[in-house]
Design a protein around this ligand. Structure first.
Ligand code: SAM
Ligand code: SF4
Length: 459
């Protein structure tokens, strides 16, 4: 979501005549878009701001802006901690940047704007500015959250849930496809409740319409709240061939006692039931999740229930976090906090368990042929190995189940031009690792639609 917001910020700056620089040192203005979901994210933001403050002592004309959730949470307090900051703007102030920045340029004053409204429809977005020209793009479909999980800062810094009008979303996706995008990830804190408050299309209806956009190959979305995930969503996976075979369904804990204290509004049994219905109807679907370890009051027995749930479900992957207190979130006041040492220990146990599961799941793909949406050349070009002889470039892309596949495309001048971000390559999976797969291309798709789970491929 912050990547998307940063692109929105960049679009406003470009409209003011700014250009993106290659290095921090050459910039006249730096905006830090912050996250405060966990304590560590906030610490990182302040440590980066400290670096910028030192840069400003050598370059006094530099304008420093702080946006995002830390800005919303801390407001003018940021000026006290880092006096070199010129602008603090909250999560709903991006639209006002076009007015705020010229004021600072003219008057060299300090401004804080953290006003939030409960308007049902967030202000329209300006045409998207993208930092890269990859084939995959994020599209925010809703903002804020009404769920108030007791550990979470989001409702306090992003405001109440509000869905964007489907016409705007459809237009934005069509424009992205025009510019070469082939995959979109629809973003919201709980996409399952899209449109309900405003009486717009439901989320399955939105998926149905996005699925009809010509030239778009893949649709992903995040995040689904398990309490609102039902048969209509299972059906959406079945009828929309562009919706990828992957769902991220954060469970947070395997213990009913902890789920209740987290205010998650589902039980372990209900979650297991939803997973089993999903798997019965959408065979081969990849399921990933978020888990918090060391929530206040989490006993050894509660933690073991989480481990047990992981063994039962066999997720394709998880994001696991140690609980951290967040300002205004009710769990700050909960008793029986878990020590940092114990939280780290539990995290490691959980990650070790999941790594074995992920490796084993990846192993089952060896020998299969998978359609891969090419994202670009691989950042890590493993230097001259069996996988990659020195003369060839290593590419990377993803399966519809969201697994990273690295591969080389054997050179022939004509074949080289076949390959670019946004192409579908069919690869036979040859090796499975904990975090990626290695594939051997066996064909490139020459058409543009209907690729989910396709059995055949063009060799
Ligand atoms: N809306 C999504 C949902 O309900 O699943 C989650 C969004 S949140 C940005 C991403 C993840 O951060 C959560 O699923 C949770 O696991 C984790 N998280 C949120 N607050 C946390 C906290 N105080 N400490 C540790 N992890 C936290
Ligand atoms: Fe936070 Fe819960 Fe909302 Fe997700 S659903 S953003 S975890 S309050």
């Amino acid at each position: 979501m912050n990547v998307y917001d940063s692109e929105q910020i960049a679009a406003r700056l470009i409209a003011l005549g700014y250009q993106q620089t290659g290095t921090l040192e050459t910039a006249d203005l730096v905006i830090v878009n912050t996250c405060t979901i966990r304590a560590k994210a906030e610490q990182k933001a302040f440590s980066f701001l400290g670096r910028l403050a030192r840069l400003k002592s050598r370059k006094p004309g530099l304008i420093i802006g702080v946006g995002g959730c830390v800005a919303q949470q801390e407001g003018a307090e940021i000026f006290r901690r880092i006096p070199q900051v010129d602008l603090v703007f909250g999560t709903q102030a991006i639209d006002r940047l076009g007015l705020l920045i010229p004021k600072i340029e003219d008057k060299r004053c300090r401004i804080v704007d953290v006003t939030m409204t409960d308007k049902p429809d967030p202000p329209d977005v300006v045409p998207n500015h993208r930092f890269d020209h990859s084939a995959s793009a994020f599209v925010t479909i809703m903002r804020g959250c009404d769920n108030f999980c007791t550990y979470c800062v989001v409702p306090h810094v992003r405001g109440r849930e509000a869905s964007r009008h489907p016409d705007r979303i459809m237009k934005e996706i069509r424009d992205l496809v025009q510019s070469g995008v082939r995959e979109v990830t629809l973003l919201g804190q709980n996409v399952n409740s899209y449109g309900k408050k405003e009486n717009l299309w439901s989320f399955p209806e939105l998926l149905y319409h996005v699925n009809s956009i010509e030239g778009l190959l893949r649709i992903r979305f995040t995040t689904s709240h398990p309490k609102d995930f039902g048969s209509d969503m299972i059906n959406a996976f079945k009828i929309n061939e562009k919706v990828c075979d992957h769902i991220h369904l954060p469970v947070q804990s395997g213990s009913d006692r902890i789920l209740k204290r987290m205010n998650r509004k589902y039980t372990r049994e209900l979650y297991l039931d939803k997973i089993s219905k999903l798997r019965d109807n959408c065979s081969g679907i990849a399921i990933t999740s978020d888990i918090i370890v060391g929530f206040p009051g989490e006993t050894e027995a509660d933690f073991n229930e989480t481990l047990d749930l992981i063994k039962m479900i066999q997720f394709d992957g998880i994001f696991a976090f140690v609980y951290s207190d967040r300002p205004n979130a009710p769990a700050v006041r909960f008793k029986n906090k878990i020590s940092e040492d114990e939280k780290r220990k539990r995290l490691q146990t959980l990650l070790d368990l999941q790594e074995d599961v992920t490796r084993m799941k990846n192993q089952t793909l060896v020998g299969s042929v998978q359609p891969i949406l090419v994202e670009g050349t691989s950042k890590k070009q493993s230097s001259g190995s069996l996988e990659r002889p020195r003369s060839t470039v290593q590419w990377m892309g993803r399966t519809t189940t969201n697994k990273i596949v690295n591969f080389c495309y054997k050179d022939s001048p004509q074949r080289r031009t076949d390959l670019f971000p946004g192409k579908i390559v069919y690869a036979r999976i040859e090796k499975a690792y904990a975090h990626s797969l290695w594939g051997e291309p066996v064909g490139v798709n020459t058409t543009t639609g209907g690729l989910k789970g396709e059995e055949s491929y063009a060799a």
